[in-house]
Write a protein that binds this ligand. Structure first.
Ligand code: NAP
Length: 284
């Protein structure tokens, strides 16, 4: 049996779809009460009750680890560290034979850089468990763009904090799920770090063009310049520490202040395929 954290999220639910298609046993963890009567799920908050995660893992062959995104309206960095510590507490001293974890491009030891700092911390703590771990360093999630679309009457705007022609490594959650599920169920249990992205890199302008052609309308890019990033995040209700952290993270991504992998794992899903699948026909 495999244990899946983040089982109702973008990546986790797709990992579960793959396990289901292969008729493999799994237990998904969720806080969502509507799963109470589903034998394939356990309803609890693993941040508050890591001992329940430990109990489940005594019988698990492998665990898919996803650190749930903390709420940036609070102290994002502190909350992410608390949840990572809970995950590590839940996993340590169990007999689980392998871990597959979602991390990120640009993971950094520097503090206050959003997920880039917290997932670096996760990677380090997972390695200390001495359980064979595959760390999947994910490119920018394509689904981030879906929340950046604002529909107007006959048009739409796409907000970006990045330069219009910056080629950004991106990936669809379905592709991430596939690589994670494949490693989870493979017979190999070795420590590895894998960088994962889509078949091509795309700029915000290309994202706009893909959306425009799908929606059959001409959209506009709304580019937020660096000096306005704090105002942008403040308007979304972020706390002052989260604003600092997200501005640092955005700057690292914008300036590509990390070495891009030369031979990443390449998924199959292009941006056009992703958009076609996820933008429902009502949006046309
Ligand atoms: N966005 C990016 O570009 C990017 C890039 C690289 C890496 N990442 C990383 O990718 C991850 C996000 O993946 P995703 O998009 O699949 O996440 P998601 O869709 O936001 O799902 C989060 C999942 O975590 C679960 N969860 C939240 N709090 C929980 C708790 N206290 N106890 C139990 N379950 C909890 C939620 O389940 P319930 O609500 O059902 O409990 C949900 O299934 C994050 O670790 C992020 O740092 C993101």
């Amino acid at each position: 049996m495999y244990v899946i954290l983040g089982s109702t999220g973008n990546i986790g639910k797709n990992v579960i779809n793959i396990l289901t298609r292969k008729s493999l046993d799994y237990i998904g963890i969720t806080r969502n009460e509507s799963f109470q009567d589903n034998a394939n799920y356990r309803v609890f908050d693993f941040i508050k009750e890591p001992q329940k995660l430990s109990e489940l893992l005594q019988e698990a062959k492998g665990v898919f680890v996803l650190n749930p995104p903390a709420n940036p309206k609070g102290d994002f960095d502190e909350q992410e560290r608390i949840s990572i510590d809970a995950i590590i507490k839940g996993i340590s001293n169990t007999h689980v034979s392998k871990i597959i974890a979602v991390s990120t491009y640009g993971a950094t030891p520097y503090p206050l850089c959003g997920d880039l700092s917290s997932l670096y911390y996760l990677d380090k703590q997972l390695r200390k468990t001495n359980i064979p771990t595959v760390i999947v360093r994910s490119a920018y999630h394509m689904n981030n763009w879906l929340s950046a679309i604002r529909n107007k009457k006959d048009s739409f705007t796409l907000t970006t904090l990045f330069d219009t022609d910056l080629k950004i490594p991106m990936i669809a959650p379905e592709d991430l799920a596939e690589i994670c599920a494949n490693h989870l169920i493979s017979d190999n249990s070795i420590n590895q770090t894998i960088f994962a992205e889509a078949p091509e890199r795309y700029s915000p302008l290309e994202v706009l063009q893909n959306l425009s052609s799908f929606l059959n309308t001409v959209g506009k890019l709304l580019v937020i310049p660096e000096n306005e990033w704090p105002i942008f995040y403040r308007q979304l209700g972020f706390s002052e520490t989260a604003i600092k952290s997200f501005c640092n993270m955005t700057k690292i991504t914008q300036n590509q202040e990390y070495k891009l992998p030369e031979h990443p794992y390449k998924g199959k899903i292009t941006l056009a395929t992703f958009i076609n699948k996820h933008l429902n026909t009502n949006a046309r």
